[in-house]
Ligand binder design. Structure first.
Ligand SMILES: [Zn+2]
Length: 310
């Protein structure tokens, strides 16, 4: 079905935020979503399941099914696409294993993959139409989804990639702390730091290789850039998106809290009601044992230097 039948803003931009987990992308996207032209939609891969299944509560406090935002989005989406089809697609393309096939575009998968991209376009256009905002932010992070979004450039959707990098040592501490909270007592693996360092390297280098080569559509910023000099970091992001974000920088500097709007998918942070930029630069420093520092240095030292960490 042609998308022209849907009420839609003339220009839609997808800002696809990619990062290693625990890098602050939800916090940054929430802040960004307070700009009048930007809608932060959460991790959109969760929309068909679990977000659009019964029992899920939107960050506005309403059940997702009766939320005044996501209810109408679903109606609009279902006018030209099927939630079940999208659910099946997400199952197929969520995993990093689907990446080689998406990149190679074997003759059998081309049509399916193109249809997946079309469903993503329908979803994003439904969100843009309901919010009245032209920039939709998705923090799903999956690489294959980013390739699918790239396909949409030819159908008049502007696609941009924001790669948020956080100091990998901070990521290791965050992930270990999280693991210790959810694991059984005495739980986390002895090699957690090594594993998380490897994952940090793998994810960040993949994003550079997959999305970073077309510089007009890719911007890489460090979380530490936002916390040390928010005005400058938001100015750069604003130039990249073609909007003025200087006010956001000053509000972050003033340690203002930013409300979470209508988010039904992704990070638990959405249920806190508001977010505030925390000093990310050093809060991990005395929590990383010497053994973990050494593991990070050997596994990720070179990559860390590439991203400007000492
Ligand atoms: Zn809501």
């Amino acid at each position: 079905m042609p998308y022209g039948t849907m009420p839609e803003p003339s220009h839609v931009t997808i800002l696809y935020v990619v990062s290693s987990p625990h890098s602050g992308s939800t916090m940054l996207s929430t802040i960004l979503g307070s700009h009048p032209e930007v809608f932060f939609a959460g991790e959109l891969y969760e929309i068909p399941e679990p977000a659009w299944t019964p029992g899920v509560v939107c960050s506005c406090g309403q059940p997702a099914s009766s939320c005044p935002f996501w209810g109408p989005v679903r109606e609009t989406f279902e006018r030209s696409a099927n939630v079940e089809d999208l659910h099946r697609d997400e199952g197929t393309y969520r995993n990093w294993k689907s990446l080689p096939r998406a990149l190679l575009r074997g003759s059998g998968s081309e049509g399916d993959f193109r249809r997946y991209a079309g469903r993503l376009e329908t979803l994003v256009r439904s969100i843009a139409a309901q919010s009245g905002k032209r920039i939709v932010v998705d923090t799903s992070k999956g690489a294959t989804r980013g390739i699918a979004y790239s396909e949409l450039q030819s159908s008049g959707v502007d696609v941009k990639f924001l790669h948020v990098v956080r100091d990998g040592r901070g990521v290791v501490v965050s992930r270990k702390n999280r693991e210790a909270r959810v694991a059984t007592p005495g739980g986390y693996a002895a090699h957690a730091a090594l594993r998380y360092s490897l994952l940090w390297v793998g994810a960040n280098l993949s994003y550079v290789l997959l999305f970073g080569l077309r510089t007009e559509r890719y911007l890489r910023l460090r979380l530490e850039d936002f916390s040390r000099d928010p005005e400058r970091a938001f100015q750069r992001l604003g130039r990249f998106l073609g909007i003025d974000l200087s006010e956001l920088g000053s509000r972050v500097r003033a340690e203002e809290a930013f409300p979470v709007g209508h988010v039904i998918a992704g990070n638990r942070m959405r249920l806190r009601g508001e977010v505030r930029m925390r000093p990310e630069a050093s809060d991990w420093a005395n929590q990383l044992p010497a053994r973990d520092r050494r593991a990070f240095f050997w596994v990720a030292g070179l990559t860390a230097r590439l991203f400007g960490y000492s």
